[in-house]
Design a protein around this ligand. Sequence first.
Ligand code: 4AD
Ligand code: MG
Length: 430
Amino acid sequence: MKITISQAPNYNEETVTIGAWLANKRSSGKIAFLQLRDGTGFMQGVVAKSDVSEEAFQLAKSMPQESSMYITGKIVEDARSPFGYEMQVSNIELIHEAIDYPITPKEHGTEFLMDHRHLWLRSKRQHAIMKIRNEIIRATYQFFNDGGYVKIDPPILTGSSAEGTTELFHTQYFDEEAYLSQSGQLYMEAAAMAFGKVFSFGPTFRAEKSKTRRHLIEFWMIEPEMAFIDHEESLEIQEQYVSFIAQSVLDNCKLELNVLERDTSKLEKIKAPFARISYDDAVVLLQEKGFTDIKWGEDFGAPHETAIAEAYDKPVFIINYPAEIKAFYMKPDPERSDVVLCADLIAPEGYGEIIGGSQRIDDLSLMEERYQQHDLTGPAYQWYLELRQYGSVPHSGFGLGLERTVAWLSGVDHIRETIPFPRLLNRLYP
Ligand code: 4AD
Ligand code: MG
């Protein structure tokens, strides 16, 4: 019977065959312990000299790291292993001998590992992080499908900019100039007017010259957009959604959180509601904390966000930023036109902003005014105005950055480990 490591618990005391790679091994005179991986998981294979042919035992002792094989043996419970099972090996059939695998069990520098990302992905740690990423994606689809949202795919090649023009990747679209999408939002607003509640999940691109542990050039965003939903209702959806994915990771990624030595007590606290602090109050709080550099009207940087988040053990919404430092489409507060109905959701433990969202301007003449102020001219933006011309309604939406969320829930310091092949300021390889 050919099975995967993940299926091993269903085959206790049975003899099975697994296609696997050798992650690591140790051996003494009469016994070899093989750390096996097959993509679905990690398991130990115990090879006793007395149980196998001389040839198989020699193979177990000599096979280099990352060699591939079909390995056969009996699955038995093993209380000492985090996985709970191991294999008592009866035969090994070598598929391919891997000579001089570059990533050895010793420590390697980050640049070396990044240059070997195509191989580094095989490590237990990277495997755990990608499984958590996968669980967040799975839980996202579940949350929005159960909530009656329709998944809509906005284009990647666009003629317009959603978040300002300085960070656009330019490309040629036959005779026209085009950009890689920074955000699907404008298209998702059109979709919300057609389907009510929608969400997207796709890659977005920002030519940001920032080299920080929170910035990628290419990252994946989940962007829900809801018709007839105001700012406060959108915040409630955001806190429910973030609580749901945190709980899903806790429930379904126990082994992975354990591999990453994540302090799960911190994640257990992630339950809605989350606190809201106004931008005004956040500025005062920062000044009290000794950030004398920050003045009303200026945007917050990473150290400011971290300082604000320190007061909470859950994510916190910073709401109602000055209109001047936010995007053109955000609706002004009806009581105070110098601030807009928006929020950034700041994760705890210094992981920074994971969501940006707002209520959108639904009034045609105000949107036209913003177009003038932001110099949004040309036919590329015409269609977006028309959404305000034909049955305009109050609507809100937000974007959650997948990789920052993976970093936070996994407890990983740097965003480069949260995406299979990170695109960073100085990295396009592999
Ligand atoms: O705050 P941002 O720029 O918001 C938007 O793009 C809105 N149009 C979303 C919407 O309302 N539909 O980006 C949203 C999130 C941020 O909170 C952050 O988590 C992530 O995207 N993000 C990045 N993640 C990694 N690397 C970068 N360079 C990122 N820039 C933004
Ligand atoms: Mg933002």
